[in-house]
Design a protein around this ligand. Structure first.
Ligand SMILES: Nc1ncnc2c1ncn2[C@@H]1O[C@H](COP(=O)(O)OP(=O)(O)O)[C@@H](O)[C@H]1O
Ligand SMILES: [Mg+2]
Length: 413
């Protein structure tokens, strides 16, 4: 009988090509039309006049066909700063949201649209002038591929969870030594994570204002590792790890918004990230089976969280301690997604079912996404679609973000 061992897997993997890096290291070009219609709203003539009068501002480059000038995403920083220092500051620089909330994507069934909704909201937020941190919590790495950036040290957000376990173990070992007991050994992953902080894991993306904590392949070991650490450290709460790491690194002040993706299912990694959330955001695909799939996913999440809490209480009781209060979030919002021709009917149905939890307007169905042509709408050059097709899609993506931003601002006050 043939035997297929891990060594044979390595051999087979070596025959496959390596993943290629993103084609456009600077990001896609942005035209004066796009800037003045959607990013820094003003008459195009006004922008041209200002550029002529201010030679130190980025001037863009003419396209092959002449006519309009094209800018790089990084040029937006200087342009925004210039207009935000003028009399119409409020129009060009959004009000800060205060301490950045941690918004975690949920709806644990597959293909609900978590990753694409996150990427669209994050890019829209950054293009409107917010400082955004995206944490890719899915070892599958969809978000890391859609928002490419340099590979950082460590194992992404898993390093932060490992560090929390390592610090916990260190405290327990100090107590053991005081009692004259032998310390418990620290595994390699925990030792490696100990000196890392969130800042070491964050890299800029191609979009100005949008930073990413990418998900390296090693995160695939996350569920197994977290489960192992929990066995050895029964009083450790992985659900506090991300929140504590964010606060320790001062990320709530450095950013306006922190968005975290989660993998499909409710393994230890997903649950740890979800437990740290301030706000849960669940995409609802506007399909006939959308509400049923959303409901099934949320029920599974509730059951998993209840069980985790019961386990924490049992562990605490065994040690004669009192468990911390149960899980609570500030809000759960449902973000409708994939609005196509039937959107009005589907939205009416979703509103009747979900009421205030639903955050309209929906993100649009983007055919180029469904067809795998682009990873996200904001990567598309409007010349490929034509202005008439592009404009309503752009407006819909931007409007979905504005609506989430309003809710976040209301949460603060
Ligand atoms: N607004 C949209 N328009 C078109 N296709 C979409 C849209 N949102 C998601 N999709 C497609 O649906 C599939 C699942 O989306 P994804 O964001 O990967 O879901 P999840 O992260 O929940 O697994 C992907 O193939 C994606 O391209
Ligand atoms: Mg995903």
């Amino acid at each position: 009988m043939p035997v297929f061992s891990p060594t044979a897997l390595v051999g087979l993997a070596a025959t496959c090509p390596e993943a290629t890096s993103p084609p456009n290291p600077q990001g896609r070009p942005i035209s004066i039309w796009e800037i003045t219609s959607w990013i820094l709203p003003m008459a195009p003539e006004h922008l041209r006049r200002v550029l002529a009068a201010e030679p130190t501002l980025p001037q863009g480059t003419a396209g092959a066909e002449g006519g309009t000038r094209w800018f790089q995403p990084s040029d937006l920083v200087a342009l925004r700063a210039h207009f935000a220092s003028g009399p119409r500051k409020a129009r060009y620089l959004p009000a800060r949201l205060g301490a950045a909330p941690l918004v975690v994507m949920t709806g644990p069934l597959g293909a609900m649209g978590r990753s694409s909704a996150l990427v669209h909201l994050a890019t829209a937020a950054a293009l409107s002038g917010h400082r955004v941190l995206v944490i890719d919590g899915d070892p599958g790495g969809d978000v890391s591929r859609a928002l490419p950036c340099a590979t950082p040290a460590g194992t992404g957000v898993l390093s932060l969870i490992a560090r929390s376990a390592a610090l916990h173990l260190r405290r327990l070992n100090e107590a053991r030594l005081e009692r004259g007991d032998a310390p418990q050994p620290m595994d390699e992953a925990l030792s490696a994570a100990l000196p890392l902080t969130a800042t070491d894991l964050i890299r800029p993306s191609l979009w100005p204002g949008l930073d990413v904590m990418a998900a390296p392949l090693a995160m695939m070991q996350g569920d197994r590792q977290i489960a192992g650490w929990r066995l050895g450290l029964r009083t450790w709460a992985p659900g506090q790890a991300l929140r504590q790491a964010i606060e320790e690194a001062g990320l709530r002040q450095r950013y306006d918004l922190i968005l975290c993706d989660t993998p499909r299912g409710l393994g230890p990694l997903a649950l740890a990230l979800l437990a740290s959330a301030d706000v849960l955001l669940a995409p609802l695909p506007l399909r006939d089976d959308g509400p049923a799939r959303l409901g099934a996913g949320l029920l599974a999440l509730a059951e998993a969280m209840t069980q985790l809490e019961a386990e924490a209480q049992t562990a605490a009781r065994a040690l004669g301690q009192v468990a911390a209060a149960g899980q609570s979030w500030q809000a759960l919002w449902v973000l409708p997604n994939r609005a196509g021709e039937d959107a009005a009917r589907q939205m009416a149905q979703a509103t009747a079912l979900l009421g205030e939890a639903l955050v309209p307007p929906p993100l649009p169905e983007v055919t180029a996404l469904a067809d795998g042509v682009a990873r996200q709408f904001y990567d598309l050059d409007y010349r490929k679609l034509g202005r008439l097709t592009y404009a309503p899609l752009r407006e819909a993506c931007d409007a979905a973000w504005r609506s989430v931003a309003e809710r976040l601002a209301a949460l603060e006050s």
